[in-house]
Design a protein. Structure first.
Length: 439
């Protein structure tokens, strides 16, 4: 179930709950396939013994091998059968998907290792087959600690539709060296190193070059763009506020949606302030204050709805557990007070920001307001807001327990990324997206 798992700083490791890892990396079925009428479907690793399919229209599902060689799909992340079946012929490079025969799309793939401030990073350049010049998007990671080269489907979906991609494992993940970090300055330098490597490998095939940063990458990609020239920056479900502001906005939005009063929201934000102090101390202080407030309010009806982007991780911890967390979290160097606005004010690179109107992990209202102000001041910023979309630009349904379960990516989202990377223009309707174009 995909429920609130794509947070911008994604502190799931703090509580020693290692995310599920796919065991099908390297599976011969993985790839992007052309279907009749010009459509494509990507098959990617997923959790456990499943595969995930994504079509360019945004529909998606999980494939389960229900009998030898026959795979049955469930819709989105719902675990509900959707009637889609698939079979694969690895030797022939084909599949039958939803009754349609598809063939693996041939792509030009170059594996590489490059240096980023003395740390070796593992990367991959994926281009449409041929010799034509193409736009290339460098994928700037969210907060995950897994291999982007193994798990990012966009490295195949975009090249299958004419836009190249450079994907790399961030430091401390996959095949890259170094230690996992959330230090935006260091991650921006890594993205710049990826930009130089992309330019070197692509050579004469490079027509346009830019960053596509999602979630946490929305802080990193604009910062990188100030350090070496690029032609565009695309931010997907990122923020123009600080990490602390993200947590507080998430708490306020969710509490309001659940009908809580302004007074109750203020009490929730008291706890958030104490929790944020623990995080900022790298789990070395602030425990007594947090525990006292938690004890004071734990019996009130609203307390069960207190979540936020990261406050909720510590709500069930005692002091020894919080102190023990410092061993992991202390090395992450998350810049909780980083203000992205000076960077955005200094950036004259054309930007597209894609936001979900119903994003609980990274609420978009204040970010959209700030972006509109920048655009009004002459910055080349375009904004696309997808109604009914959660973090990841996924649509959702509400489960019986009130949690959200994603059903698909918003229609038009993938096309929008392709078009803006290709020529910097949005030239059609993209599902239900509301477009606000800067200069």
């Amino acid at each position: 179930m995909k429920t609130r798992t794509l947070c911008s700083i994604c502190l799931v490791l703090v509580i020693s709950a290692t995310p599920a890892r796919a065991d099908r990396v390297g599976d011969c079925r993985i790839g992007v396939y052309s279907l009749p009428r010009g459509d494509v479907v990507d098959i990617a690793p997923s959790d456990g013994d499943t595969l995930r399919w994504r079509r360019f229209d945004g529909t998606t599902g999980a494939l389960h091998e229900t009998s030898p060689g026959r795979w049955t799909s469930t819709s989105g992340w719902t675990q509900r059968p959707d009637g889609v079946y698939a079979t694969f012929d690895c030797d022939g490079g084909t599949l039958v998907f939803a009754g349609q025969r598809g063939r693996r799309v041939a792509l030009d793939v170059t594996e590489t290792r490059f240096d980023a401030d003395g740390t070796p990073l593992a990367g991959r350049l994926v281009l449409p087959a041929g010799k034509s010049r193409v736009a290339i998007a460098i994928l700037v990671h969210g907060s995950e600690d897994s291999s982007a080269r193994d798990y990012y489907a966009m490295q195949r979906l975009l090249p299958a539709r004419g836009v190249g991609v450079f994907v790399y494992d961030k430091r401390g993940t996959g095949g890259s060296g170094g230690t996992y970090t959330q230090d935006f300055e260091r991650l921006a330098n890594d993205a710049v190193a990826a930009r130089h490597e992309t330019q070197r490998l692509a050579g004469r095939r490079l027509a346009r070059l830019g960053y596509l940063g999602t979630s946490q990458g929305g802080w990193v990609a604009p910062l990188a763009a100030t350090r070496a020239p690029v032609d565009f920056v695309i931010v997907g479900y990122g923020l123009a506020v600080s990490v602390i502001d993200e947590d507080r906005e998430a708490i306020e939005l969710e509490m309001r949606l659940k009908g809580h009063s302004a007074d109750e929201i203020m009490k929730a934000l008291e706890i958030a302030t104490a929790a944020e102090a623990v995080f900022e101390s790298r789990f070395t202080s602030g425990f007594a204050e947090l525990i006292a407030l938690r004890t004071k309010y734990a019996g009130e009806p609203w307390f069960k709805d207190l979540h936020g982007n990261f406050t909720y991780f510590v709500l069930g911890m005692d002091e020894p557990q919080m102190r023990d967390t410092a061993r992991t979290f202390g090395t992450w160097n998350t810049p909780f007070r980083y203000d992205p606005m000076p960077t955005l004010n200094s950036l004259d690179v054309p930007q597209l920001w894609v936001l979900g109107a119903e994003d609980l992990d990274a609420p978009s209202a204040e970010t959209a307001r700030r972006l509109r102000a920048l655009a009004a001041a002459g910055k080349p910023i375009s904004i696309a807001i997808f109604p009914g979309a959660e973090h990841g630009i996924t649509e959702f349904e509400n489960a019986a327990d009130g949690s959200r379960v994603s059903t698909r990516y918003s229609a038009g989202y993938f096309e929008m990324l392709r078009d803006y990377a290709r020529n910097g223009r949005l030239s059609q309707r993209y599902g239900r997206a509301r477009l606000e174009k800067g200069r």
